[in-house]
Ligand binder design. Structure first.
Ligand SMILES: N[C@H](CCC(=O)N[C@@H](CS)C(=O)NCCC(=O)O)C(=O)O
Ligand SMILES: [Mg+2]
Length: 494
């Protein structure tokens, strides 16, 4: 059974002529070879759990094994210069340390977000929890961060620029590891025909290292009967990415994990006088948030009280409320201001490396930035303090929104930040979604996973832990995989 095609061979010729592919291997692949590779890739994905719930199937987000479809993927790894790969990997432990330092500066967090607090209800609730923890002098001696720092290569300046830094629910450590394996498998089989070497696809350690970090944190909690709790949404089509981590946690590290929604935690959770969080009669050592990053996750007060209950407990939060706040776009913008990094990092070289990957970032108080964004909206992205994809504002809507916000009064402006829009070079890619492949002009975003574990003044882990490459059609603004714009990819070092 041949996978259905959507691009006739002549189309590929046209596509090639139309699209100035930067010598991408995709341009030289004969259609019949594409067919065979797509077929093998679809089989491989199905056999290896590179799967997601199918949005067309009813209970695909709640009942495992029902309504599966292969995760969308690029057929071939995206060429990526080795020097930029090394640069991105080197930044991971520096950003991990930066997050930890910033998380300890309560005044910096509260002051930087004080104006946002007035106009952004969600961020305001997070800050209230942060304040409450300060009031009760709650400290987190053991701190675990499972982060992902996302970058694009700016074609104009040839700089690797950070898009954002995620400190909560960094998706796809599971599926991204599999995509690298898929590509290595395909290049082992077809590499000679394509003139590509599977060894140029870097090994992806995201699953194993993130599971190791969770296990090490569990170990630091030092209660052998305790479990790891994953905070999830009731409907989660990306559950297999999460289950991969929990399966490795169990099989390699012998640690049991449970999945609970915020409302279940509100009903079933309790904190003992000694701070232990108990749920289903079991002590919780580590709380791994794969929900709780969006207002949609807090439909009632119950979910907020669950968040407070967890924050008050002695369980190791990943992330703590402080780590969560450090990952906001407002903090990203504040850290880009002159002399701010110097407050948190000691090493001059580290500071220079971090500053070098900062794109233009401005608060809307910056009248010059707002003025140029009004004149050339396509060169900017307007970002609210939101995670989960689909929230950023592009193109003419940037201008319209700025005008609207200005009419509402300067207060409202504090809910957003302005960011330089980054334009990576586009190149040809075969994007495979729901069994169908398209040859498209695409751009990519490289995410580098980082794990940080600290117990008081002892840093137990501070590493780069694998990567996520997301590739999307160059015409699309948003880049989310779950949101249906991008596909999972890996990289081919050049
Ligand atoms: N369903 C939740 C999704 C969690 C989520 O959206 N995480 C943000 C960082 S906060 C993220 O990583 N976005 C990139 C994923 C994409 O491209 O679709 C999960 O997987 O646990
Ligand atoms: Mg994000």
């Amino acid at each position: 059974m041949e996978p259905p095609r959507c691009v006739e061979s002549t189309d590929i010729q046209e596509a090639e002529n139309e699209i100035p592919a930067a010598g991408h291997p995709a341009r030289s692949v004969p259609p019949e070879l594409v067919e065979k590779m797509v077929y093998d890739a679809l089989v491989w994905s199905s056999l290896h759990g590179l799967v997601v719930g199918d949005r067309r199937a009813q209970s695909s987000g709640s009942v495992p094994g029902v309504g599966l479809v292969h995760a969308p993927f690029a057929l071939l790894p995206m060429p990526f210069p080795k020097s930029y790969w090394r640069q991105a990997c080197e930044l991971a432990p520096i950003f991990n340390e930066l997050v930890d330092r910033v998380s300890l500066d309560a005044d910096f967090l509260q002051n930087s977000l004080s104006r946002t607090k007035k106009v952004d209800g969600f961020t305001s609730r997070l800050l209230d929890i942060h304040s409450k923890m300060l009031e009760i002098k709650k400290t987190e001696d053991i701190r675990l961060g499972l982060h992902r720092s996302d970058y694009m290569m700016d074609a104009e300046t040839n700089l690797l620029l950070q898009i954002e830094f995620n400190t909560i629910s960094s998706s796809f450590p599971g599926l991204s590891s599999l995509v690298s394996e898929l590509h290595r498998n395909l290049l082992n089989k077809y590499g000679n025909d394509l003139g590509l070497d599977s060894k140029r696809v870097p090994g992806n350690t995201a699953i194993s290292r993130f599971a190791e970090a969770l296990a090490k944190a569990w170990n630091e909690y030092n209660n052998s009967s305790a479990i790891v709790m994953v905070v999830v949404q009731s409907e989660e089509r990306n559950m297999y990415d999460q289950h991969w981590l929990c399966a490795v946690l169990k099989e390699i590290h012998g640690i049991t994990s449970i999945r609970k929604t915020l409302s279940e935690i509100d009903v079933q959770g309790q904190v003992l006088p000694d701070g232990t969080l108990i749920i289903d009669g079991q002590a919780v050592a580590v709380i791994y948030f794969r929900a709780g990053y969006s207002p949609n996750d807090y439909p009632s007060e119950a979910e907020w009280s669950a968040r407070v209950l967890m924050e008050k407990s002695s369980a190791i939060k990943c992330p703590s409320i402080s780590y969560h706040l450090v990952g906001t776009k407002k903090i990203q913008q504040e850290l880009a201001k002159p002399n701010v990094l110097e407050r948190f990092l000691d090493n001059e070289d580290d500071i220079a490396k971090v500053r070098k990957c900062f794109a233009g970032l401005w608060s809307l108080d910056d009248t010059d930035a707002v003025k140029s964004a009004m004149e050339k909206p396509d060169l900017f992205v307007l970002k609210p303090q939101r995670e989960g994809g689909g929230n950023n504002i592009y193109g003419d809507t940037v201008r319209e929104t700025l005008i609207k916000l200005q009419k509402k009064g300067t207060e409202e402006l504090a809910a957003y930040i302005l960011m330089q829009r980054i334009f990576p070079t586009a190149s040809l890619a075969f994007l495979v979604r729901e069994g169908i492949w398209h040859l498209d002009n695409a751009i990519s975003e490289l995410g580098i996973y980082g794990a940080y574990l600290r117990n008081k003044d002892k840093v137990i882990m501070n590493d780069q832990c694998g990567y996520l490459m997301r590739t999307k059609v160059s015409s699309s603004n948003e880049g989310g995989v779950a949101a249906g714009f991008a596909v999972l990819d890996s990289i081919y070092l050049t």
